[in-house]
Write a protein that binds this ligand. Structure first.
Ligand SMILES: Cc1cc2nc3c(=O)[nH]c(=O)nc-3n(C[C@H](O)[C@H](O)[C@H](O)COP(=O)(O)OP(=O)(O)OC[C@H]3O[C@@H](n4cnc5c(N)ncnc54)[C@H](O)[C@@H]3O)c2cc1C
Length: 400
C-alpha cells in the first residue's frame, strides 16, 4: 500500500465534507475524501423523516448557537440558502416548503445525496469509503494513516460531524484531531434533543404520552429566546419541535417556562366568563375549547389542589381561576437532563471558533487545516439550519 497524494484531504463524506469536496474538485483541486462508513451522506438519508429538510428560506445568523454568534455570518453570506436552492433546482429535484420556511424534498433525501455525488464526480473527487483512520499528523504535509494506507496533502479538512447518533458511526475524530493540533474545544453536549424529568413530573406527564399542542417556550428568566412550536408529551418526558429547539439553549438546573395558550393573552377572562355563563359545568369541561379532555383533566389536577377538580366552575373562587390561568400561561418545569446523543439531532459545542477564520474556516495557527460542519461550535435551530451550515462552511473551505 503506497501513499496517495492529493491537494485536499477531507475526513468525512457527510453533508459538509461532500460540499467541500465538490467545490474544491470543481475548482481543479485533486480531492480525496475518506470516510469509515460504507456509504456517503448517511445522516442526510435519514434526515427529515427520509425527505431531508435541506435548508430554510429564512436562514440568518440568529438561527445559530455559538460561543461567537457573529462567526457564522461570513460563511452564510458566501454560500446562502439561495445558492443551495439554486443547485437543487439545477438538478431538477422537486421540493416544497413545509412550514416556517423549511424546505423538504418531495420524494426522497436520496435525491440530495445523488446530487452531491454527481457534483463530486464533475469535480473528479476520489471518494474512499470503509477507510478506518488511525493517525493524523503533519510534517511538511498532512499525513493521514488508514487501514488502506497513507494519504497526504497540504490541506486537511476535518468534516466528521458531531457525536449524535453513535450507532450510525458518529465519532469525535474531528475534535480529537483539532485538539492534537492545539485548537480549543468548547465542551460538546447533545442538542435538538428531548428533555427528561424527575419521577414526580413523569408520573403525571407519562399518562399524556402522545398528546401534542402548540406552545410558546423559553428558559425561565430568558424570554428573549423563545419558540412557538408544538410540544409533545412522551413516556420519557417532553419532546416535539418546541422542546428540541429550547434544548439548544437550556442549561442543567434551569427551569423552562411554557405558555400553554400562546394564542390567548388573557385566559382568565374566558374562565371568569365560563364561571358566570356555565356555573354547573366542571372546570375540566370549561377548558374543553382550549385543550383535549385528557390534557385539561391532567392540567387541572396538576395546577390546582385536588378539591378544585371536584368542584363545578361556578364553585371556584376567582383566586383559584386566576391561579389556573397564570399557570397555563407560565407553566414552570425543571428538566433533569436530556435523552442524550442517542436521540440528539445535533451536537452543541465543538471546535472553538476563536481558533478558526470565519472567512475560510482555516485554523488560525495551523495553515492548511480546516474544520467544517457540525464539528465546529456552530449549531443551528431545528428546521434545515444545520444542513445550511454544512453547505455554507463546506463551500467556504472548498475554496482552498
Ligand atoms: C435523525 C436526524 C435528522 C436530522 N434531520 C435534519 C434535517 O432535516 N435538517 C437539518 O438541517 N439537519 C438535520 N439533522 C442534522 C444534520 O444531519 C447534521 O447537522 C449534518 O449532517 C452535519 O453535517 P456534517 O457533514 O458536519 O456531519 P455528518 O453529516 O454527520 O457527516 C460526518 C461524516 O463523517 C464520518 N465519520 C465520522 N467519524 C469518522 C471517523 N472516525 N472516521 C472516518 N469517518 C468518520 C461519518 O461516517 C459521516 O459520513 C439531522 C440529524 C439527525 C441525527
Amino acid at each position: 500500500m503506497g501513499s496517495k497524494a492529493a491537494d485536499v484531504l477531507i475526513l468525512g463524506a457527510g453533508a459538509a465534507g461532500l460540499m467541500c469536496a465538490l467545490t474544491a474538485g470543481q475548482r481543479g483541486k485533486k480531492v480525496i475524501v475518506l470516510d469509515h462508513a460504507e456509504a456517503p451522506g448517511k445522516k442526510i438519508l435519514i434526515s427529515g423523516g427520509g425527505r431531508c429538510n435541506f435548508t430554510n428560506l429564512q436562514t440568518a445568523p440568529q438561527n445559530y448557537v455559538s460561543s461567537n454568534p457573529h462567526f457564522c455570518k461570513s460563511a452564510l453570506a458566501q454560500f446562502s440558502q439561495h445558492d443551495f436552492i439554486a443547485m437543487v433546482a439545477r438538478h431538477k429535484i422537486p421540493y416544497h416548503e413545509k412550514t416556517l420556511g423549511q424546505l423538504f424534498c418531495d420524494e426522497s433525501a436520496r435525491d440530495i445525496v445523488a446530487m452531491l455525488l454527481a457534483e463530486c464526480q464533475a469535480g473528479a473527487v476520489d471518494l474512499r469509503l470503509s477507510h478506518q483512520i488511525t493517525q493524523v499528523e503533519k510534517a511538511d504535509r498532512f499525513q493521514v494513516t488508514t487501514d488502506h494506507g497513507l494519504f497526504t496533502a497540504p490541506h486537511l479538512v476535518l468534516a466528521t460531524g458531531g457525536l449524535s447518533i453513535p450507532k450510525m458511526g458518529a465519532t469525535n475524530l474531528s475534535h480529537r484531531v483539532a485538539r492534537s493540533f492545539g485548537l480549543r474545544i468548547v465542551a460538546p453536549r447533545p442538542g435538538l434533543v428531548p428533555l427528561t424529568f424527575g419521577p414526580q413530573d413523569l408520573a403525571w406527564m407519562c399518562a399524556l404520552s402522545g398528546v401534542s399542542l402548540p406552545v410558546k417556550i423559553c428558559c425561565q428568566g430568558r424570554p428573549k429566546i423563545s419558540f412557538e412550536e408544538a410540544l409533545l408529551f412522551t413516556h420519557r418526558g417532553l419532546s416535539g419541535p418546541a422542546i428540541l429547539q429550547i434544548s439548544n439553549y437550556w442549561q442543567v438546573g434551569e427551569s423552562l417556562e411554557i405558555d400553554l395558550l400562546p394564542g390567548l393573552s388573557n385566559p382568565i377572562e374566558g374562565l371568569l366568563k365560563a364561571k358566570q355563563q356555565s356555573p354547573k359545568a366542571s372546570l375540566v369541561k370549561s377548558l374543553g375549547s382550549w385543550f383535549p379532555a385528557r390534557l385539561a383533566q391532567a392540567l387541572v389536577a396538576h395546577f390546582l389542589p385536588p378539591e378544585a377538580g371536584e368542584r363545578s366552575c361556578g364553585e371556584q373562587s376567582d383566586k383559584t381561576l386566576r391561579r389556573l390561568a397564570d399557570s397555563l400561561k407560565a407553566w414552570q418545569i425543571c428538566p433533569t437532563g436530556s435523552e442524550g446523543y442517542k436521540k440528539a439531532e445535533v451536537t452543541l459545542g465543538g471546535v472553538d471558533v476563536k481558533d478558526l477564520s470565519s472567512k475560510t474556516l482555516e485554523a488560525k495557527q495551523v495553515p492548511g487545516l480546516f474544520v467544517i460542519g457540525e464539528a465546529v461550535d456552530v449549531t443551528g435551530w431545528l428546521g434545515g439550519y444545520n444542513f445550511q451550515w454544512a453547505w455554507s462552511s463546506g463551500f467556504v473551505a472548498g475554496g482552498v
